[in-house]
Design a protein around this ligand. Structure first.
Ligand code: AVJ
Ligand code: FE
Length: 439
């Protein structure tokens, strides 16, 4: 890396840190202090916890680990350690009040920008390609998504606004429902993506049989047919654990849906509106996605199938960063970055489709896959075990592709998210797959 390269990288990092902070501010300045301190759901932290946790992680990784500085306020560290206190417990902790949490995050950021200006961006694993800075920009954006989930769970008047996504293109209505991905090997995961997190590494070859994948995520209209056909009342479509959960939690429709005068309505960031038929279904658990797929005579794609559909370029045999190639996601390619507060209609973003013609793999809704969250062969926990390693196992299902609430910096074709199969306050949807009969 020459001097110009390092300067350009410093500017990229500063811009990503600034973008993340602008979003954090927008998500926390739009409500009263009482709403920042309150717990809007036992599933979530108070917003003011996320705010100071963002600053605390930034201090830990950048000022202390990279910069070798002494802790600013060591006594607050345990409060913001996600592993010491489960979310439900966080409102009863002596958290920094909103003004102090903001001031702390601001103080850390000022020192981080000074550190960035003076840091070489090579010569140590945490520094190479600005990794630790990139990790922290992603971390803040991940918590911004978490805070957006809290906003969705919050009762009361709307606090957020955004324009609707562009309408679906004319060809959305005539797309083939599924596309064939021919059999063959592809490269899954990465060794070269500079800010990829540990669970995305290393690159390895996976040989897959042919499969058929939905061209778009499953829509609300299709999901309503599953409901109307008694899908929630028929144990045939559910796994044993899924059926048990469906009964215990009395699931009847996606989270935030309600039935009124024979019509499905949904609550979205404080407003109630008719469920839009052409939009990808949102706020379903893995159990519901899996039951829908079985009802439709199909299945969820595996994580490897999803990644091959999203990254493999049959013209070159190479796996790329995104479905459309290696260039960064722009507003023409994907509904990312909270530009909108909802998914775009199924069939949107033709410029973001994969070589095989699969649409909306990136953005719109997180897509549940059939796969449990396991390490890739050769996985090495880095830089900390608590990012991924402690979550590996069959308790968690993998989600892929990001959603409208995910920032471009925190998403790519290799990015892996995970959650419990019962979770549905997250911005989760899915698409289905099947194995061709002749295979
Ligand atoms: C990757 C989204 C599952 O929010 O629990 C944030 C990201 N890790 N702080 C989460 C994360 C540490 C993580 N997910
Ligand atoms: Fe965190």
């Amino acid at each position: 890396t020459g001097t110009t390269g390092t300067e350009a990288l410093r500017e990229t990092i500063a811009a990503e840190l600034l973008a993340a902070r602008a979003r954090t501010a927008a998500l926390t300045d739009c409500v009263e202090d009482a709403d920042l301190i309150a717990q809007h759901s036992p599933l979530m932290s108070p917003l003011v916890w996320d705010l100071a946790h963002i600053g605390n992680q930034e201090e830990l990784w950048l000022l202390r680990n990279v910069g070798g500085r002494d802790p600013l306020h060591p006594e607050i560290d345990p409060l913001y350690d996600a592993f010491q206190h489960p979310r439900a417990e966080r409102p009863s902790l002596p958290l920094l009040p909103p003004a102090e949490a903001r001031a702390y995050a601001h103080e850390v950021r000022g020192r981080v920008l000074d550190l960035l200006a003076a840091s070489p961006l090579e010569g140590a694993p945490l520094l190479d390609a600005g990794f630790a800075f990139g990790m922290i920009a992603q971390h803040e954006q991940q918590h911004d998504e978490t805070m957006l989930i809290t906003h969705q769970l919050r009762a009361g008047e709307p606090a957020l606004a955004a324009p609707p996504p562009p309408p679906a293109p004319a060809d959305a209505a005539i797309l083939p429902p599924e596309v064939l991905i021919p059999a063959g090997p592809f490269t899954m995961g990465t060794d070269t993506e500079p800010w990829a997190l540990d669970n995305e590494r290393p690159a390895h070859t996976v040989d897959l049989p042919a499969f058929l994948l939905d061209t778009t995520p499953v829509t609300n209209a299709a999901y309503q047919r599953f409901i109307a056909d008694g899908g929630y009342d028929d144990p045939r479509w559910w796994t044993e654990q899924g059926w048990e959960h469906r009964r215990r939690a009395d699931l009847r429709a996606p989270l935030f849906w309600q039935r009124q005068d024979g019509q499905w309505l949904r609550r979205r960031f404080g407003t109630v509106e008719p469920v839009p038929p052409n939009e990808p279904v949102l706020h379903v658990s893995w159990y519901e996605a899996d039951a829908y797929a079985r009802w439709a005579g199909r299945r969820l794609p595996t994580e490897a199938e999803w990644e091959k559909a999203a990254r493999y370029d049959p013209a070159t045999g190479r796996s790329r960063r995104y479905p459309w190639g290696d260039g960064p996601p722009g507003p023409e390619q994907a509904n990312l970055g909270q530009r909108h507060l909802r998914p775009a209609a199924a069939g949107s973003y033709p410029d973001g489709q994969s070589p095989y013609g699969v649409r909306q793999l990136m953005g719109d809704v997180w897509e549940w896959t059939a796969s449990d969250f396991h390490p890739y062969p050769g996985f090495r926990a880095w830089p900390y075990k608590e990012y991924s390693e402690v979550f590996f196992g069959s308790e968690y299902k993998v989600l892929r592709g990001g959603c409208f609430a995910v920032a471009p910096v925190a998403c790519r074709g290799t990015f892996r998210n995970w959650d419990y199969p019962i979770r549905r306050q997250i911005f989760s949807g899915f698409r289905t797959a099947r194995t061709p009969e002749e295979a």
